[in-house]
Design a protein around this ligand. Structure first.
Ligand code: MEV
Length: 333
């Protein structure tokens, strides 16, 4: 038997980092997916084949006769540890241990802040549970995905696996979530091409909170209030242009606070300012920062903002919200 499952990437619209401290956050699944095939094998081992996991930093160099490839194996190994923990947890839940071969292809760049690790964990949980006949609801998959993140990263709010498992547009707080009405969001995601480690960035924020609680704690509280205000705006009966204008302003404040926490980089801020100058109503980091991605809200100006991101050295992606979270694509008997 063979099962193919897929799970989407996500963007955090508001509330990354503060969500780790129990504040709410708003996030959406987007239309980039990770695909995982799982199959029982006869040698009793767990085998993971990373067919294409979009690890950044592939360098190709040429000498007279030879071509050298270098890649960031550290990043690849990190992704594979999410897969290994996901397989182990599903086998524990199912009370069965078998040799399984898991094969991964992904459209989501690793370490870009788009939830590639959560998507690979969620798709693996979906494929392996399907293979072992373990029926799990989307919420149960999200909870297992959160446990995988805690095992690998040490700290995690659980927002990434929840959005990846459930899909759509969500308001998240302390493991609970509420679906927000899907609105068309004219956004452009800008990828710096470099990646940050969520584990290290979360640890960096925790360290400054511990060292300077009087200063950092109000920043985190303020980020929580931004999220509540954004939810109010999304649910309000305002016309679209007022909603976008208010959300853009909240994004800009949220970016400033993330910068104050030390998770921005020059290349992220370059893309943020280039987007604003090209007419975006708001632009901010999305995800853990330290490289990775930003996003801009740019109604009617998406192609200008995409061009500005490219000129500023980034890779623009015009994406849509994906309503579907974990999807079982194929079951071959
Ligand atoms: C990572 O996508 C979001 C963070 O808030 C970490 C987490 O919520 O687990 C930085």
């Amino acid at each position: 038997m063979k099962v193919l499952a897929s799970a989407p990437a996500k963007i955090i619209l508001f509330g990354e980092h503060s969500v780790v401290y129990g504040k709410p956050a708003i996030a959406a699944a987007i239309d980039l997916r990770t695909y995982v095939w799982a199959e029982v094998n006869s040698d009793g081992k767990i085998r993971i084949e990373a067919k294409d996991i979009k690890v950044p930093g592939l360098t190709v160099s040429f000498s007279d006769r030879e071509i050298y490839f270098e890649t960031d194996y550290g990043k690849a190994a990190e992704v594979l540890s999410y897969v290994r923990e996901a397989i182990n947890l599903v086998m524990d839940e199912a009370g069965q241990r078998k040799g399984v071969t898991v094969s991964i292809t992904s459209q989501i760049p690793v370490g870009a802040g788009l939830g590639s690790s959560a998507a690979v964990a969620v798709a693996t949980i979906g494929a392996v549970s399907g293979l072992l006949g373990l029926e799990l609801s989307r919420e149960e998959v999200a909870k297992l995905g959160h446990r995988v993140e805690l095992l690998v990263q040490g700290a995690s709010s659980g927002i990434d696996p929840t959005v990846s498992a459930v899909g759509g547009f969500l308001y998240y707080e302390n493991g609970n979530f509420e679906g927000l009405p899907t609105m068309e969001l004219p956004i452009v995601v800008g990828y710096t091409g470099s990646s940050g480690s969520t584990k290290e960035l979360v640890a960096k924020v925790r360290k400054s909170l511990e060292e300077m609680p009087d200063i950092v704690s109000p920043i985190i509280d303020s980020m929580g209030k931004i999220v509540e205000k954004a939810r109010e705006v999304i649910l309000a009966d305002y016309d679209r242009s007022l909603k976008f204008e208010l959300l853009g302003r909240l994004m800009n404040i949220n970016h400033g606070l993330l910068d104050a926490l030390g998770v921005s980089t020059k290349s992220l801020s370059d893309l943020v300012y280039a987007s604003r100058e090209a007419g975006a109503l708001g632009a901010k980091i999305t995800g853990a920062g330290g490289g990775g991605c930003m996003y801009a809200l740019a109604p009617g100006r998406q192609s200008e903002v995409a061009t500005a991101i490219k000129i500023a050295g980034g890779m623009p992606m015009i994406t849509k919200i994906s309503r579907e979270g974990l999807r079982i694509e194929v079951v071959e008997k």
